[in-house]
Design a protein around this ligand. Sequence first.
Ligand SMILES: [Zn+2]
Ligand SMILES: [Zn+2]
Length: 136
Amino acid sequence: MKFESNIGDYLKENEIKPSFQRIKVFEYLVDKMNHPTVDMIYKELVNDIPTLSKTTIYNTLKLFVEHKIVSVVNIEDNETRYDADVSNHGHFKCSKCGKLYDFNYENSNLSIKNLQNFKIEKTHLYLNGICVNCMD
Ligand SMILES: [Zn+2]
Ligand SMILES: [Zn+2]
């Protein structure tokens, strides 16, 4: 995802007060695009912001999720990751290197059985396997 607008303005547009820490957390998400956990963000940002706590990061992400500028990626039960790309896309997790890949798909190409007459509002497509870089 390319992020071209100013992060402070983007937060304001989404009714979030752009505090320094919030800007830093969002900047991390769009710069790295690595679907980080709270710990990953903390380890990186605490160098710049020694007063930062994991709770602050957690609460900041929660706020972003509530305002729909970040989505939660729960590919494994014990691991919550965050994604600043809120467009419809799937995630593939490599079981060898642990990397999470984004991929695109069309909802209309999914052939879902047994849900005739249901209205599907959201899809989360998670795939596990071995990525091309880990294949010998
Ligand atoms: Zn891999
Ligand atoms: Zn993603």
